[in-house]
Write a protein that binds this ligand. Structure first.
Ligand code: NAP
Length: 235
């Protein structure tokens, strides 16, 4: 049985990824702060929920060890945990800059570094990083988020180059606007403005992102890529 770690798997996009991989027969360890406990009973395969703060190297390393000690391997890592703390760059507080970089970028680095130790021994593995179109285009009021998601794309490409000879593939997904708690916070007037700019005239769904994750777990000749899923927003 394949095993996966999904960070931020307790709600939103992460929850849909967990359910999709579970339906495909993957056993999953969900890493997040607090929201995942309700999920285990809904999954078909053995699963674990571990309280992990991805910005803590110690927390990540002990959680990955727990997974590998119990299940013996790690086939798939999805770095999905992420936060926003928006504000114009000129007024952005150091703490808001750092918090977003720590979770969205450093957290993904810690999880990848720990997972790669296992995957390198297996000579097999897949990492999927949930970035954002904002990491490719920038966005007003999101300097911290854009830098973290752009950094995640650079990390993806570098790890893909470093790990290809070990048969480990590393790709990123760059969603546009997806219906989740994160986008609910935008408020209707902002949402209406965004919808005008999306050629497909709707936000994406969490299941559509999960489907892409599932595809990338099987796409054996794709590595180092950023797959955009944004309804045509940034054509
Ligand atoms: P969400 O509903 O806000 O969920 C975020 C998840 O990350 C939660 O499970 C949360 O855990 C977890 N998390 C936050 N900080 C963490 C930490 N320090 N350690 C471990 N887990 C942590 O977000 P979402 O909208 O599903 O977004 C998921 C990913 O997709 C993010 O990386 C986001 O940047 C990216 N994305 C989203 C959109 C969109 O439109 N929604 C677009 C582009 C990219 P708790 O519940 O325990 O706090």
């Amino acid at each position: 049985m394949k095993t996966a770690v999904v960070t931020g798997g307790g709600r939103g996009i992460g929850e849909a990824i967990v359910k999709r991989l579970d339906a495909e027969g993957v056993q999953i360890a969900i890493f997040d702060l607090q929201s995942a406990n309700h999920l285990s009973s809904q999954l078909k395969n053995p699963s674990k929920t571990i309280s992990v703060d991805v910005k803590s190297e110690e927390s990540v390393s002990s959680a990955i060890k727990e997974v590998v000690n119990e299940w013996g391997r790690l086939d798939i890592l999805v770095n999905n945990a992420g936060i926003t703390k928006d504000g114009l760059a000129i007024r952005m507080k150091d703490d808001d800059w750092q918090a977003v970089l720590d979770i969205n970028l450093t957290g993904a680095f810690y999880c990848s570094r720990e997972a790669l130790k296992v995957m390198m021994k297996q000579r097999e593995g897949v990492i999927i990083n949930i970035s954002s179109v904002i990491g490719m285009r920038g966005n007003m009021g999101q300097a911290n988020y854009a830098a973290s998601k752009g950094g995640l794309i650079a990390l993806t490409k570098t790890l893909a180059k470093e790990m290809a000879e070990r048969n480990i593939r590393v790709n990123a997904i760059a969603p546009g606007f997806i219906e989740t708690e994160m986008t609910k916070r935008l408020g209707q007037p902002v949402k209406d403005e965004i919808l005008k700019r999306i050629p497909l005239k709707r936000f994406g769904t969490i299941d559509e992102v999960a489907e892409l994750v599932s595809f990338l777990t099987k796409a054996e000749y794709i590595t180092g890529q950023v797959i955009v899923i944004d309804g045509g927003l940034f054509i």
